[in-house]
Design a protein around this ligand. Sequence first.
Ligand SMILES: [Fe+2]
Ligand SMILES: [Fe+2]
Length: 176
Amino acid sequence: MKCTDLLIQEHKIILRAMDVLDHMATRVENSQPVAPEDVETLLRFLRGFADDHHQAQEESALFPELMRTSAWHEGPLRHMVFEHDQERSLVDGIEDALRTKKGSDFVHFANRLTQLIRNHIHKEENILFEAAHRCLSAEQDDRVVTEINKFQIDPKSLADLRRLEWAYLSRAACHA
Ligand SMILES: [Fe+2]
Ligand SMILES: [Fe+2]
């Protein structure tokens, strides 16, 4: 199914950001420096790409189309939207921790967010998208793809992520 393939490609990008956030949290836990502007860049990525772009595609294109199929129950989709809201709150928590310079809060919210997002993506790919394969017709799939393609990825957000990966995940960073 083409629409879920597109969303899975974006999950891979979001999971790369979770690896960066994990490393940032480990550094803070070990009293190693993390530049505040790097956290701001990651927050911008999470809001711009993971939420305004990816989650908006799910909420405005895939989920409504699934709801139009008679075989679909509302509960699992409501739960996914609830988790999107939880992710937004945790991103706000990370921003507050950054503003108040509370390292332990940063580690707490970062760990909760990485756990939630990895879990959420696992559920979408292994349960929700599998069910979408069974429920959506080829015409419905095309309609979702058309809606998804109306969203443009900001190339700057991907460049920012690559820069953060280089800074936090490269061999040089490991030995810093
Ligand atoms: Fe989602
Ligand atoms: Fe997703």
